[in-house]
Design a protein around this ligand. Structure first.
Ligand code: DOR
Ligand code: ZN
Length: 351
């Protein structure tokens, strides 16, 4: 008989965009219902570049949490060309900052203040290595001449490998990996490296941006994110990594809400909103791979171990029950369209 319920240690989301203000208050409960903790990305406008800003942002998140939901935001700083050694030491001493995020300038949403040349960050990186503060990486080169689909693989060769040679003891998370090259690199590299994998990169290949599940052609902006969905061979490599027993691969949704109108636009924003459906989508992917028994390690153990935080004690239960993903959800003054809106998912998180 097919499994009808699945109970796991409550998972954590090791890569999440919560935004700020009323929009954050609307998306936060979706994450807090599913996850005990999340690594919260710092790409606000303006970005979270100081410990003081991260502490204040954390307070706003906690203040917006509905009563009865326990959730711990794990804060990050946004690395710039000017991040100082003192700032890294303050971040470490705060106890609430758990990583520093490298966005190559111009790589994605709100990355204009990102790093223009990693060689400018030598002092910050040295201090992070010494203080054992993880570096979280958006791994794409941004040169206009590099094909969008090749940007991750090029980043590994041109930036990541030299960077890790210079800072061999630095703990690194290659975020939201999308290619076979990234899986291979993270599997084979020496030292302290891990990678997060999103549910959408496990479930979809790049056809999803251009075709409906029924095969009808049309641009589907809600499936556009960065790094962009890749070919099927890459999805297969990611699925094999996520469902393997390799502790370097763990869950990070990269749920990245944008107002509906800014996605459905002539220059639509990158980002897929998956916070409301995350575990259900991961369960679907793991089940397709015949590996539901591996979901708990991926979702609930390996990230906590890598970040040196205790594993959660509470549990969540998924039920096998068809349900339809809502067409849209509240997002401050606007709405946000969840990924797979209108589609049927076979697992549902029990209330
Ligand atoms: O698709 C994305 N959206 N990729 C990112 O790296 C950033 C994110 C966002 O903040 O919207
Ligand atoms: Zn992200």
């Amino acid at each position: 008989m097919a499994t009808t319920t699945l109970t796991l240690t409550r998972p954590d989301d090791w890569h999440l965009h919560l935004r700020d203000g009323a929009a954050m208050a609307d998306v936060l409960p979706h994450t807090a219902r599913q996850f005990a903790r999340a690594i919260v990305m710092p790409n606000l406008k303006p970005p979270v570049t100081t410990t003081a800003q991260a502490v204040a942002y954390r307070q706003r998140i906690l203040a917006a949490l509905p009563p009865g939901l326990a959730f711990e935001p794990l804060m990050t700083l946004y690395l710039t060309d000017n991040t100082s050694a003192d700032e890294i030491r303050r971040a470490k001493a705060s106890g609430v900052v758990h990583g520093v995020k490298l966005y190559p300038a111009g790589a994605t949403t709100n990355s204009d203040s990102g790093v223009t040349d990693i060689r400018r960050c030598k002092v910050a990186l040295e201090t992070m290595q010494r203080e054992d503060m993880p570096l979280l990486i958006h791994g794409e080169v941004t040169h206009a001449e590099v094909d969008v689909f090749d940007r991750e693989a090029r980043f590994i060769d041109e930036v990541l490998i030299p960077l890790r040679r210079s800072f061999p003891a630095l703990r690194v998370v290659l975020e939201h990996i999308t290619t076979r090259a990234a899986v291979q690199y993270v599997t084979e590299a020496e030292g302290r490296i891990a990678a997060t994998i999103t549910a959408h990169h496990l479930l979809y290949n790049r056809n999803a941006i251009f075709l409906t599940p029924g095969g009808r052609a049309g641009v589907r902006p809600h499936y556009y994110c960065l790094p962009v969905l890749k070919r099927e061979i890459h999805r297969q490599a990611l699925l094999a990594a996520a469902t393997s027993d390799n502790a370097r691969f763990f869950l990070g949704t990269d749920s990245a809400p944008h107002p509906r109108g800014e996605k459905e636009s002539a220059c639509g924003c990158a980002g897929c909103f998956t916070a409301a459906t995350a575990l259900e989508m991961y369960a679907m992917a793991f089940e397709q791979a015949g590996a539901l028994d591996r979901l708990e390690a991926f979702a609930s153990f390996r990230g906590a171990d890598f970040y040196r935080l205790p594993r959660n004690a509470s549990r969540v239960t998924l039920e096998r029950r068809d349900w339809t993903v809502p067409e849209e959800l509240r997002f401050g003054e606007a709405t946000v369209v969840p990924l797979a809106a209108g589609e049927t998912l076979p697992w549902k998180l029990a209330a």
